[in-house]
Design a protein around this ligand. Structure first.
Ligand SMILES: Nc1ncnc2c1ncn2[C@@H]1O[C@H](COP(=O)(O)OP(=O)(O)OP(=O)(O)O)[C@@H](O)[C@H]1O
Ligand SMILES: [Mg+2]
Length: 500
């Protein structure tokens, strides 16, 4: 196979952390090439080197046989290497066209040629089949549409290589379908695609080959037409893991004890008359399509968003209608939010401090917070969630994406909350750590606590829940007991088809 991009002996050493070690492999022109590996394996680091975000400590990158040394991301973009990432700079106040042209505006004299800018952008949006306008403000668009802007931008810049780092984590099913259609088209045009994801079904659907990294070293490149999921996971993890979300212990639900009762909760976000009960020891799954407003309901229960009607009872006692997260946490309810990157941790804190944030009282000795106790806790809980590196002094911001999420999980597991609301608990989390998190959930309920798990992953909801509630467009759409779990029925509730 012809080598289009070639990584040759790439090593990357961060202060105190070797992220990549002598990595060599190549990517062919016009293929969709997956980069696989557990959290912290070095996937994003390798892409960042390709994109000129920072140099490799050692090693070379070749494109079409010539060594490239990009000084910065702009340099790489000019060469035709573009990326579509979650945390890309998009300025919400600007229009789609203005955002597209940032850094490469067509000039008319010294003034921006606004008309040309909009026309060119609109042409690209049409080509991608987008249903929004070049003149729309970006801030109002969904995650999927923002991503389309990045793809349009890559096309505008005549990219020859486009990389995607976990592109589907905030997309609706329909948006994922559109994205895959576009990736197939890009491929037909000879554009080379690099694709990072933790979702195996996606990898098999859209990618041709996969290169696997483990702990910063290159393991192998596999042709996906000739490989099985087991094989990929084996190579990624290097040990046997349970690939399935499944209960290993019997249910711990105590049907006679209601720990949380939500009664006709209504909120300005658009959800209405949400009522349900959570039992002691229960794992209650909340399924729905993106936009069903599950996150909004959880935030309202937690006091992070206001409500306009309805009540929440915790162990039979009403929570104040105007509640704050602080009050709710004190009662014993924790929320691991879906946007862990934005809401979850303090930037210049290390792991021990971040993990201790929601349970400070536990580490008090007299009047002072005891650092040693924080570190012990960090070590212990860090191990449970599979944190890597599990180092209390490591700055959380320097962790890989998935590991930063584990810190947030660890933070809430350190509290004595007896109700944990987990919003998409395994989003961005690798397959090995997923199994650990499932085990942990079982341990939590076995200790008499209760869990609400919001998830868009069918296998996870079906595998782990005692009971499933389905939401659709801000309303309760269905409820199923474990012996009634059937994917088809759950989907029907979620999309609103007729019930037989
Ligand atoms: N700026 C940095 N300073 C120090 N260490 C870093 C920095 N960026 C990344 N690392 C470390 O490099 C290693 C590889 O991280 P990287 O982000 O490439 O992982 P990844 O494979 O993308 O993981 P994930 O699936 O969680 O996104 C990790 O151990 C991480 O802690
Ligand atoms: Mg990453």
């Amino acid at each position: 196979m012809e080598k289009y991009i070639e990584f040759q002996n790439i090593t990357k050493i961060f202060p105190g952390q070797k992220a990549l070690s002598d990595v060599s492999f190549s990517v062919a022109k016009g293929e969709v090439h997956a980069l696989l590996g557990e959290n912290g394996a070095g996937k994003s680091t390798l892409l960042n080197i390709l994109h000129g975000m920072f140099p490799a400590t050692e090693g070379k990158v070749f494109i079409e046989g010539k060594e490239v040394k990009f000084k910065n991301a702009l340099d790489a973009i000019e060469f035709g290497i573009a990326k579509v990432h979650q945390e890309i700079n998009i300025i919400p106040e600007l229009t789609v066209a203005q955002n597209m042209m940032l850094g490469g505006e067509p000039q008319k004299g010294v003034l921006l040629d606004r008309k040309k800018m909009e026309q060119e952008t609109q042409a690209l949006l049409d080509r991608l089949g987008c249903d929004f306008k070049a003149s729309d403000k970006v801030g109002l668009l969904s995650a999927g549409k923002k991503q389309m802007i990045q793809i349009a931008k890559a096309l505008y810049l005549n990219a020859r290589v486009i990389s995607f780092d976990e592109p589907t984590s905030s997309l609706s099913n329909a948006e994922v379908k559109t994205l895959f259609g576009i990736i197939r088209e890009l491929k037909e045009q000879g554009i080379t695609i690099l694709y990072i994801s933790h979702k195996m079904d996606e990898i098999f659907e859209i990618c041709d080959r996969a290169s696997i990294l483990r702990d910063g070293t290159y393991i192998t490149t596999l042709d996906l037409k000739e490989s099985t999921e087991e094989e990929l996971v084996q190579n990624m993890v290097g040990r046997d893991v349970s690939m399935f979300a499944q209960r290993l212990k019997p249910s711990c639900r105590d049907n006679n004890t209601v720990v949380l009762k939500v009664d006709n909760l209504t909120g300005p976000a658009g959800f209405e008359n949400i009522s349900f009960e959570l039992h002691k020891g229960e794992i209650l799954g909340f399924f729905g399509l993106v936009g069903a407003m599950r996150t909004e309901v959880m935030r309202a229960i937690f006091g992070a968003d206001p409500t306009t009607g309805g009540m929440v009872y915790y162990n039979g006692e009403a929570l104040p209608e105007k509640r704050t997260p602080n009050m709710v946490v004190k009662r014993g309810i924790g929320l691991v939010s879906e946007n862990r990157k934005e809401e979850g941790f303090v930037k210049n804190f290390d792991n021990a401090d971040n993990i201790a944030l929601a349970s400070l009282k536990k580490y008090m000795k007299g009047m002072f917070v005891n650092r040693k106790m924080k570190e012990d806790n960090s070590n212990k809980v860090g191990e449970t969630v599979g944190l890597h590196p599990n180092d209390p002094e490591f700055l959380t911001v320097s962790l890989s994406g998935g590991n930063a999420q584990k810190v947030i999980l660890a933070k809430w597991l350190s509290t004595d909350a007896d109700i944990l609301i987990l919003d998409e608990p395994t989003k961005g989390i690798d397959i090995g750590a997923k199994a650990e998190i499932y085990k942990l959930m079982e341990e939590i309920v076995a200790s008499g606590k209760s869990i609400i798990m919001v998830s868009s992953e069918m296998t996870e909801v079906v595998g782990m829940s005692d009971r499933i509630l389905v939401m659709r467009e801000g309303h309760m759409a269905g409820e199923l007991e474990r012996d009634e779990f059937e994917e088809e029925r759950i989907i029907t509730y979620a999309v609103g088809g007729s019930q037989s």
